[in-house]
Ligand binder design. Structure first.
Ligand code: ATP
Length: 236
């Protein structure tokens, strides 16, 4: 079932257009990856789907609601949660305080303790470290806090901006396992990632963003067989 549909989005910083005419969709229970080189506009695109940047043109529909007219701070309560690039935790606050921030969304507030329990079951290490400052955790554990904080809002669509950035290779695998686990729990995921191999491996569908434009889309296997993608993104 169609969950998110972005049609002809144009996103600019002042007069500088960073994303031109981008259309993409995410179905319920699907992982969709957006791959592309540095500066292609991946963060710009995902931030606009999170409501942080307002498109200059185009339409964003989420679960039948036209999000183009929804204020930024209400995207979360509609069920869209972003795990931003660099995680953006409150490093001096405890792990638990960081997680609780996610439960300020009205519909999540009542079930805060129950949701915290779910996050600690998903990430047992966070239960152990719940009273520690988030800044003292390893990169992978901090990413778990960022994911946990997003899940506390009870999203239907989770947006990941470069989840593998700055993580050790073994931790990158764990992170992608967690993303698969979210799909098996019925969540939908839109992922932007420079780790093209991983992003294609995990996705049900993928889009290629190049210089602010969608340059291709399809099944990851088909995309990874296209010679320009193999050359430009996979180094093959
Ligand atoms: P990266 O992987 O390096 O983050 P990206 O694909 O996410 O790259 P964006 O960060 O979305 O790309 O950048 C797309 C374009 O928009 C780039 O030309 C960039 O310089 C420009 N840009 C990004 N953020 C801003 C900003 N705050 N103000 C002005 N221009 C910006």
């Amino acid at each position: 079932m169609l969950l998110l549909e972005a049609t002809n989005l144009q996103i600019a910083y002042g007069s500088a257009i960073a994303v031109w005419d981008a259309s993409l969709s995410v179905d319920t229970g699907e992982i969709v990856s957006v791959i592309g080189p540095n500066g292609a506009g991946k963060s710009t695109l995902i931030n606009s789907i999170a409501g942080l940047l307002r498109p200059k043109d185009g339409r964003l529909m989420f679960s039948g609601t036209n999000m183009t007219t929804v204020p930024s701070h209400e995207f979360c309560s509609h069920g869209i949660a972003l795990i931003p690039e660099g995680r953006r935790l409150f490093v001096q606050m405890t792990v638990e305080e960081n997680l609780e921030i996610g439960s300020y969304v009205r519909k999540a507030r009542k079930h805060r303790l129950e949701h915290l329990e779910e996050i600690y079951t998903l990430f047992p290490v966070l239960r152990e470290k719940r009273k520690q400052a988030a800044g003292q955790l390893s990169g992978g554990q901090q990413q778990m806090v960022a994911i946990g904080r997003a899940l506390m809002t009870r999203p239907r669509l989770v947006l990941f901006d470069e989840p593998s950035l700055g993580l050790a290779p073994s931790v990158v695998d764990t992170m992608f396992d967690i993303i698969s686990e979210l799909r098996s729990r019925g969540l939908s995921v839109l992922l932007v990632e420079q780790n093209v191999l991983k992003a294609l491996e995990i996705a049900d569908r993928a889009y290629v963003l190049d210089d602010g434009r969608i340059a291709g889309c399809g099944h990851p296997k088909e995309l990874s067989q296209q010679s320009h993608i193999r050359k430009a993104y996979l180094g093959l």
